[in-house]
Design a protein around this ligand. Sequence first.
Ligand code: SF4
Length: 702
Amino acid sequence: MKNNFNKRAHSAISNPHLQDALHIATSRFAELRANSFKTIVSPDALRRRARKIRQDTFDNIDTHLKNLIRKLEENGVHIHFADTADDAKTKILSIAKQNNTKTAVKSKSMASEELHLNEALEDAGIKPVETDLGEWILQLAHETPSHLVAPAIHKTLGQVTELFRKKVEPNIDEDPETLTAIARKKIRTEFLNAELGITGVNFAVSETGTICLVTNEGNARMVTTLPKIHIGIMGIEKIVPTIEDAFTLLSVLPRSATGQKLTSYFTLLTGAKKRMESDGPQEIHLVIIDGGRTQHLGGPFQEAFHCIRCGACQNACPVFQTVGGHVYNSVYGGPIGSILTPMLNGIENSNELPMASSLCGACMDACPVMVDIPRMLLEMRKKRVKRRENSLIENTTFKVAASSMKFPLLWKTGFKVARIFFNIFSRNGELLWQPDFLKRKLQKRNLPLPAKKSFRTILEEKGELITKTPKKKQKEEDIEEKNDSPETPIIPNHGIHNLHGMSSEEESTTEEFPIDNPIEYFMREIESVGGKSYFVNNKEESLKTINEITQRFLESKIAITNSVPEFIKTNLQSKNNEILEPIFQDDNRNSLKEARIGITTCDWAISETGTIVIFSSKKQPRLFSLLPEIHICVVLEKQILNHLNDLPNKIKNILLEKKSIAPSCINLITGPSRSADIALTPIKGVHGPKELHIIILSKNLS
Ligand code: SF4
């Protein structure tokens, strides 16, 4: 195990394709992240609020877990606890077998990677199909993900094209759009025929028993709608106490992950399909894995569970930027992986990972929930030293340095001697000879030679060297130091102040920009996420707009939900289009397979993010906004809310107070389906609609 990281790192550094891919991806993600936080008035106040939510959750994790289970069971969700990965696999396979599963479609789930679930399904004769584009590419390549949110970040366009030519279609162009289109076609067939859908979980809300999924491609919506059975897999770290908390974390997660205000889809699932709904799974199972987690509750590494898996620390880390994720040889790579892997696999089994860091603190700066990664890395290193796992040379060097630092005269003289030695044995700033161990350590770098003058000498010459602290002041400083929180970070927290609490002033700080003209703002946001928007004042204008959008598809099948105004339906019928309305004996998939366009209404819309919110219902089944290539949504002016934060209370109200009519599924849709999994090229319509048109009916009409 020892030094394997170094060997893998050397081979990663010598791989030019990997270096190109990593450089482009990590710098692009970092830039997108930085820009997206500019749309918040006080990003650090928001991050502190998010951190507090995570801290408070873990301070009362028992209560939240109990509440979650009670609520999920009330909602008809089957709960399965698994102590180990093997337990979890046994439970998942047993559900699959009871339902005669031949194919299981999966959306991206790091928890399922932890279990090595695909191998277990294959061994049981069940075909697992990864449906996230990046994961599908890796399944074809028999590789594992190398990044938390961009699993195929290490692959160039040329490599993906070669793979498709070998495994999917021999004569395919090297073009991300063409490659995505073929993946859409192949995976769509699997969605329509699979008996089982497997997903991870982004948040599990304990007050309502709601499973939340944050996605862009629309594959998770397919996976949780088309198969009869849905299995969600999560660790306890996914628990979030309230819907409001989930929305706060949602405000930082996509921004930190991909630089989006919101992902294309935020899906809230509260139980299986209701009696009055025509689509959705008949059963939902939630597998809660321990897998080594609970032993760390209350310990020095508990904070690692605050992580919401955005991948920002990976993009910010100079080590990850240089070597990529596979070098960590674990499901979770990068800075947070260097802590999570030892925690879950046993600290003694992953002792090299905590050393794979320069402790620069960039990870913590980038983290939306301010996980103090450097502190935990140091804790792990301390354990390593206590187990005497450092090399003899390392131990001796540090002992000599520590002893000489206690005696300033010795330290000063030692450096003087070293300076003379280096001057004699170096030419042009490089040592003429190095011992073998140093050569091995410094393969790609030069050992910096001591400066001609020490820092102390320069200060002395300038008369700025303060050699002694007055005794009284020193005493006061000592007392202050003692009174400091034991958690005071050893590494400076680059500009992040008040790490462990919030003033009441900060708690009330709003992160929202004022919105003076909600319609204008809404329309601008829709366009910015790749959708189209239209404001219409009367029936004639609205029909003209719909006709302009649909004229490319004359005489085709158009799916319309029962909530869409009748005059729109009548108009389209008059143009010789075949109108498909919801049916209730079945889940509409067969008729919708042929539909080019789906027309729906929404329940709410949000100006701040250009989002429409659709509650699934008898009138408005889930598949109408998902299967067709084009989605047209009719929004009433009065349904538009200013800010994202205006929504959680409305959702909570319906889930808790109006249970008899509460939907099993709520979707926040922000733009068309999209992915950038092939060489970071943005492509629309990976699994869900390629186009999203939003028609706003003025107050006069509604
Ligand atoms: S530790 Fe923070 S930055 Fe890293 S993945 Fe987790 S939430 Fe994101």
